[in-house]
Each structure stands twice: as C-alpha cells, then as structure tokens.
Design a protein around this ligand. Structure first.
Ligand code: ZN
Length: 99
C-alpha cells in the first residue's frame, strides 16, 4: 500500500538560509512566552497574597461592620442607596451607622 497523499519530506534535508532565519525568529519568540508564563504566575501569586491579606486584615470592611454603613449624601442611582464608605447596598435603616 502506497500513500500518495503524503507530501515529500526529503526537501527539508537541505535547509536554506531563509529557513534558518525563520527558525531564528521562532527561537526569538520563546522568551516572551516565558515572560507571559511568569506574569501569569505573578498574577496568581498576587491574587493569592491579596486573598490571604484579605483574610488576616479585613480592616476597611470591619469599619462598616462595627460602626454601621454611611448613608450617601445627595441622590443615588438604583433602587437602594449605597454606602459611601464601602459601596454596599443599604436595604434597611438597620444597616446604617448611628452617627
Ligand atoms: Zn459600608
């Protein structure tokens, strides 16, 4: 059985100068891919760090949780007013701070 569909491969035995140049271009493209990977890794790492910090230091959230939310001055967009401190929707006056 002979397959006639397979293209001739022997041609690639002789590498032309143009092909070497093309190979060099491909090789030159490798470092940015590596940098991409490192950037992805760095983003993952910073996400992990920020989420860990969020667990250990939820300061800006606790300020509203302790003192209550701050009613926005003036008008607001949407159905409910949003806390001018943390931006959470205020669905009842119980969520507001006493001050
Ligand atoms: Zn708030």
């Amino acid at each position: 059985m002979e397959e006639q569909d397979t293209p001739p491969v022997r041609k690639s035995a002789r590498i032309t100068h143009h092909e070497i140049k093309a190979m060099k271009v491909v090789a030159a493209k490798e470092p940015p891919a590596l940098i991409k990977f490192f950037n992805k890794f760095k983003t993952m790492l910073s996400d992990t760090v920020s989420s860990i910090l969020g667990i250990f230091a939820p300061k800006h959230v606790s300020s509203c949780e302790l003192n209550g939310h701050v009613f926005p001055k003036g008008a607001w967009e949407g159905e409910f007013p949003r806390c001018s401190h943390c931006g959470q929707e205020l669905r009842s006056t119980d969520e507001l701070g006493t001050r």
